[in-house]
Design a protein around this ligand. Structure first.
Ligand code: 13P
Length: 254
């Protein structure tokens, strides 16, 4: 059985004192061992968060990493630097980066290759816009994004990813996908993975992101194909993030 992953993407929020306070609250909480928990602070808060959570089961990851190796790439943060710092996970291809920073599937493929080569565990984000869903193109768009990555990484690289399905229309809008809508897309992704990887595809986690909160988490986690959540806004509130993790733990007992 796949372990659930509850991941908190802090995005570009908070100053150092906020990151320290948030990490402190997480460090003092009692986490269930059957659920994996991770947080993704901004780059400049990574060191402080890692230090604060050193003795805690909460893993720390980065929100992005460079396609480049070390060298003359002003402003970039390399995957090797992140691994050296102690980051386990990295988010790649978040829709905000795809849209605001014009990241395309080719760039995302190169970033994934670099992250994997440096020993990071990438979480690849995919998802359709509201317009694409209205045109009944959600499946085509999501599987198209995955196909590009598969062509770039091959089966070996693909088999080392976590996939986060984050419909763009559900991110930061307060309008989560319904459990049925999310579960359907996760089912498409699972079938697509099985066709490419065979049985090992059953071990890959597919997590859901988009307005996950303490109220809808239990229903989402009850779905057969949903292996956890990538939480944005609610992950900035330690009590709510903790409660979401409790729902993930409870879903394993059902
Ligand atoms: P919200 O939970 O704020 O909708 O954000 C989701 C997200 O983008 C996580 O990566």
């Amino acid at each position: 059985m796949r372990r659930k992953l509850v991941a908190g993407n802090w995005k570009a929020n908070g100053l150092m004192a906020d990151a320290r306070a948030l990490a402190q609250s997480l460090a003092s909480a009692l986490w269930h061992d059957e659920v994996d928990v991770a947080v993704f602070p901004p780059f400049v808060h990574l060191s402080a968060t890692l230090d604060t959570l050193r003795a805690s089961p909460v893993a720390v990851g980065a929100q992005d990493s460079s396609e480049f190796p070390a060298g003359a790439y002003t402003g970039e943060v390399t995957a090797e630097m992140l691994a050296d710092l102690g980051c386990g996970f990295v988010l790649i291809g978040h829709s905000e980066r795809r849209t605001l920073l014009r990241e395309d599937d080719r760039l995302i493929g190169r970033k994934l290759s670099k992250a994997l080569a440096c020993g990071l565990k990438p979480i690849l984000c995919v998802g359709e816009t509201a317009e694409e869903r209205d045109q009944s193109r959600a499946e085509e768009v999501v599987l198209g994004q995955l196909n590009s990555i598969w062509k770039h990484l091959g089966a070996d690289g693909l088999s080392r990813l976590t996939i986060a399905y984050e419909p763009v229309w559900a991110i930061g809008t307060g309008r989560s996908a319904s459990p049925q809508e999310a579960d359907e897309v996760h089912h498409w992704i699972r079938n697509w993975l099985v066709q490419r990887l065979g049985l090992p595809a059953r071990n890959l986690r597919i997590i859901y992101g988009g307005s996950v909160n303490r109220t809808n988490a239990a229903q989402l986690f009850a779905c057969k194909n949903i292996d956890g959540a990538l939480v944005g806004g609610a992950s900035l509130k330690p009590d709510e993030f903790y409660e979401i993790h409790l729902h993930a733990a409870a879903s394993r007992l059902r």
